[in-house]
Design a protein around this ligand. Structure first.
Ligand SMILES: C[S@@+](CC[C@H](N)C(=O)[O-])C[C@H]1O[C@@H](n2cnc3c(N)ncnc32)[C@H](O)[C@@H]1O
Length: 611
């Protein structure tokens, strides 16, 4: 049982944790290992776990996604220098040492990613196996990306920009979007269609797309979709990179590739279209394989099927490696954008959280891409490997948590933000390769397609929070990261927390930008996701009082360093204190009179100047 003084110290360190924005940096091997929408850096979550709990504690995440909370629990036992510095800078009493984590994640993909990342194989063994797999597959399939450079010598494709084909409203002739709208040096994608045949200019929205009917070998039928042609080829010859317009020979090569039958099984999976379907750019896209060019489908399925030749202890990590590159980089959702002051278009991955296919999709060389990921994954695995079985991932709904009452010390979660991202629908591309799709019945989102209103969403959240409330020990806390631009969604979250029996004990901000610490401290308004601290009991007068004096101590410290003597007056200190609470959107907990009296007791010298 902690003593009164220990309790006071704990409250002070909790107050310090929520007083200033927490920084979630988008970088490092763990963050970059797998693209998953709206994830938070595990290093940041670790600060919360290390401040709220002691080593050996059990942490729950009810909406675990790709497993950042599990990684954080492990990292508490292996804090990086940066984590130690962050804790010191924020004035936290972080207790380093590993924690156990139980992760609930409904989606098949999220749970798969979390499980591999939190329980990775030996990093060197993984990297050797990945290199070997890639070499084996390349021996048979490297020809897919062979081409000619601008001088006619042999080269290798790095990526090909494809283009939709449009019909000029005036002369009715066909022109590629690339020819009509794209210019290089400097890069620009115009929203005006300029017909290369008759010169007529039209707003791009008023120009119709050309459709094509093509044979679908996997479905053994024909389908009609947008017509696309290769527009520009980017390649490499002996380490020298180059680019050139697509030529007749490229179209001929591709036709030849299309004649190649799939030597190995490819999942024939219907798209579970929901909220993300758009009649325009998803026309004719009814199955998984329609998201790929024939070349990339051959390359990816060859890699995927090769994983079956590896032992059980390595196969999941090899599949993780391939999937980490799959949806975001291997499909037609990869795109080019024109950035200001850039000579050429910039290739970028799929837009997160949607299944958008642009009019200028990019076909990347998958073999080159997955090779580059090996070292990132090796580094990520090395950060957490060998810590024992600390993290248990449960691919299940958090509306039923299989843990005893009051057995969890702390909960960290970021639930879906209303209708922001339909996770199961977005994850379907990778789940189709895993061979199992998510059951969306309990998916806590607002969704027109799933017939889930804000009220239904609130009810699902409440169910998950009620379970968290049940398994949390009486003095435990929940930290929720949340963001929404909709008042209705915010109210749903608040009602769900209250309905589950939680009380708001504090708030803060999770700054997901890459701002330096200085910016974070000096700019009053920091963009970021609100953080909400929940407790099972209403914050007692004592708790808030302890927080007031912890903040005051810090303000007095700052005042002593200031060259302006007015900063050290009780009136100014009170104003500063009020400012802190108002800026955090919290009620002001103490009147000026009580403050001056308390200040007199604790920091007599300042109060003497006061009244
Ligand atoms: C904002 S994401 C969490 C991201 C996570 N912090 C990470 O590290 O990647 C929310 C997650 O909640 C999951 N989810 C939605 N409803 C759920 C439910 N009833 N039970 C468990 N997970 C659920 C979604 O599949 C999604 O992965």
């Amino acid at each position: 049982m902690p003593t009164g003084a220990q309790k006071e110290a704990l409250r002070a360190t909790h107050a310090a944790l929520y007083r200033q924005p927490a920084r979630s940096t988008r970088g490092g091997p763990l963050f970059n290992a797998f693209p998953y929408p709206t994830k938070i850096s595990p290093e940041t979550i670790a600060l919360f776990i290390a401040t709220h709990t002691s080593p050996g504690a059990t942490v729950l995440d009810s909406f675990a996604g790709s497993g950042s909370t599990g990684l954080a629990a492990i990292l508490c036992g292996r804090p990086t220098d940066q984590m130690r510095q962050d804790a010191e800078r924020l004035g936290l009493t972080a207790r380093w040492g590993p924690r156990r984590a139980v992760l609930y994640e409904l989606s098949v993909l999220g749970a798969f990613v979390a499980d591999v990342l939190c329980n990775p194989p030996d990093p060197a063994e993984f990297s050797n196996a990945a290199e070997q797999l890639l070499a084996d597959v390349r021996r048979q399939w490297a020809w897919l990306y062979r081409t000619r450079d601008p001088d006619g010598a042999d080269g290798e494709i790095r990526y090909v920009v494809w283009s939709d084909v449009l019909r000029c409203p005036k002369c009715r002739k066909h022109a590629s979007l690339w020819d009509a709208c794209v210019s290089r040096r400097p890069a620009n994608i115009s929203s005006t269609f300029r017909c290369p045949h008759c010169g007529k200019r039209s707003a791009i929205g008023s120009v119709s797309r050309v459709r094509a009917t093509v044979a679908d070998d996997l479905l053994d039928n024909e389908r009609t979709s947008r017509r696309r042609v290769q527009a520009w080829v980017y390649g490499e010859t002996d380490g020298r990179t180059w680019s050139r317009p697509a030529q007749t020979a490229d179209h001929r090569d591709f036709k030849q590739i299309q004649q190649s039958a799939f030597p190995e099984p490819v999942p024939v999976q219907q798209v579970p279209w929901g909220d993300l379907y758009r009649a325009g750019y998803h026309e004719g896209i009814s199955h998984l394989h329609h998201f790929y060019t024939h070349r990339n489908l051959l390359a990816f399925s060859a890699l995927w099927n090769a994983t079956a030749r590896f032992p059980d202890r390595l196969r999941p990590s090899l599949r993780f490696w391939l999937l980490s590159y799959n949806a975001a980089h291997s499909t037609l959702m990869t795109r080019v954008v024109a950035k200001k002051n850039q000579e050429d278009l910039v290739v970028t991955s799929a837009q997160p959280g949607v299944l958008y296919i642009s009019g200028l999709p990019v076909e990347k060389n998958i073999f080159a891409g997955v090779r580059r990921k090996i070292s990132t994954l090796q580094a990520a695995f090395a950060m957490v490997h060998g810590q024992g079985d600390l993290v248990e991932v449960r691919n299940a709904s958090s509306l039923q948590v299989d843990l005893p009452d009051e057995s969890v010390d702390y909960v960290f979660s970021d639930p879906p933000f209303g209708g922001n991202i339909p996770y199961a629908e977005v994850n379907f591309i990778n789940e189709a390769w895993i061979g199992r799709l998510t059951d969306v019945k309990d998916e806590a989102i607002v969704s027109r397609h799933q017939n889930k209103t804000v009220d239904d969403y609130q009810e699902l959240l409440r169910g998950a929070f009620r379970e968290a409330q049940r398994v949390l020990r009486p003095d435990g806390f929940v930290t929720v990261a949340f963001h929404s631009a909709s008042a209705g969604v915010w109210n749903a979250l608040r009602s769900a927390c209250e309905g589950a029996g939680f009380h708001v004990a504090g708030t803060s901000v999770l700054d997901k930008t890459q701002a330096s610490f200085k910016q974070v401290r000096t700019n009053g308004a920091v963009k970021g996701d609100p953080l909400i601290l929940l407790s099972k009991t209403r914050a007692s007068g004592n708790g808030r009082e302890a927080e007031v004096w912890a903040v005051t101590k810090e303000l007095v410290k700052q005042a002593t360093k200031s060259s302006n003597p007015a900063e050290a007056t009780p009136q100014r200190l009170y104003s500063r204190l009020v400012g802190r609470y108002v800026a955090a959107g919290q009620s002001v907990p103490i009147d000026a009179g009580d403050f001056y009296r308390g200040l007199q007791e604790r920091h007599g010298r300042y109060a003497e100047q006061a009244v």
